[in-house]
Design a protein around this ligand. Structure first.
Ligand SMILES: Cc1ncc(COP(=O)(O)O)c(C=O)c1O
Length: 279
């Protein structure tokens, strides 16, 4: 929407309530003027895993670049950028056990000279003249000023930690927990569970609503009664949560990771039953 202000034409591709987009519609929408297709690999609201390799192939055939938001995918899935083939891939550090304020932006080498650094500052230039400057020849040109050194080290340690456990093992554990939770959750009267029911097709973020109870209230009760921390509201995805899922009051969202256990789910399910009035 900000790009729109500088004359860029921005088109939205709508998904259905399970987070699927129509690949034929995508193919139709991309024309010779399309520069970039930006897509999220895994929904932060309903966990849907998007076929990003297919989307990249369709986009590249038509000459468009592809940017993937992997914030909810990189921490949970085995991501192979060579297989996906995208031009840009972003992920955030704090969602993969790293420190806040860290993240990753991958782009193909061919864009190195084409991209202008967002900020200039210490470390970005190799030479300065009275009326011009030369940028350094490595990635440091994109990191103006003193970087978040401690954060970078912390992120690398987090990556090593996840790798040592193995992303396939993390995924296996999450599928098990997600299946277990959804199975119990959908049996509670008055609860609406959103997204795909098949745990293989989603990550471990599970959005739900209970009767007409505001989602923030569910989160507060879960915290105060059960010491369970969940996210609630519109999840920075207003169009999906409010317009597509039709949850005006937002959803409550449980999100599982490698440290969660089944008995925590049992405990949480009892709290939800109480909130729904069938406890
Ligand atoms: C899909 C998705 N993209 C982007 C972000 C933003 O990440 P960050 O806060 O690291 O900028 C989030 C969560 O905050 C997210 O879930």
């Amino acid at each position: 929407m900000r790009l729109k202000k500088s004359g860029v034409v921005v088109e939205l591709l709508k998904c259905n309530s399970e987070g699927d987009i129509d690949l034929e519609e995508l193919n139709r929408k991309i024309d010779q003027h399309t520069r970039l297709v930006a897509i999220t690999q895994a929904s932060n609201v309903i966990g849907t895993i998007v076929p990003v390799a297919d989307i990249t192939e369709i986009s590249h055939k038509k000459g468009a670049m592809v940017l993937i938001d992997g914030a909810q995918a990189a921490p949970h899935l085995e991501v192979d950028l060579n297989k996906i083939g995208c031009d840009f891939y972003a992920a955030s550090g704090h969602k993969m056990l790293g420190p806040t304020g860290t993240g990753i932006l991958f782009f193909k080498k061919e864009y190195f000279e084409k991209l202008q650094p967002l900020n200039l500052g210490g470390g970005t230039v190799s030479d300065v003249y009275a009326d011009s400057y030369k940028l350094v020849k490595n990635w440091e040109r994109f990191e103006g000023g003193t970087p978040n050194i401690a954060g970078g080290i912390g992120l690398a340690v987090a990556v090593d930690y996840l790798r040592a456990i193995g992303m396939s093992e993390i995924r296996r554990h999450e599928i098990e927990l997600t299946a277990y939770f959804i199975e119990k959750l959908k049996r509670i009267n008055g609860v609406r569970v959103h997204g795909k029911m098949d745990p293989e097709k989603r990550t471990g973020v599970v959005s739900f609503a209970v009767r007409d109870i505001p989602s923030h209230r569910i989160a507060v009760i879960a915290d105060e009664l059960g010491n369970v921390a969940i996210r609630s509201g519109l999840h920075c995805a207003f169009l999906l949560t409010r317009d597509i899922l039709q949850e005006e009051q937002g959803t409550a969202r449980a999100s599982f990771y490698l440290y969660n256990k089944k008995d925590e789910i049992d405990h949480f399910i009892e709290i939800i039953k109480g909130i729904a009035g069938n406890g």
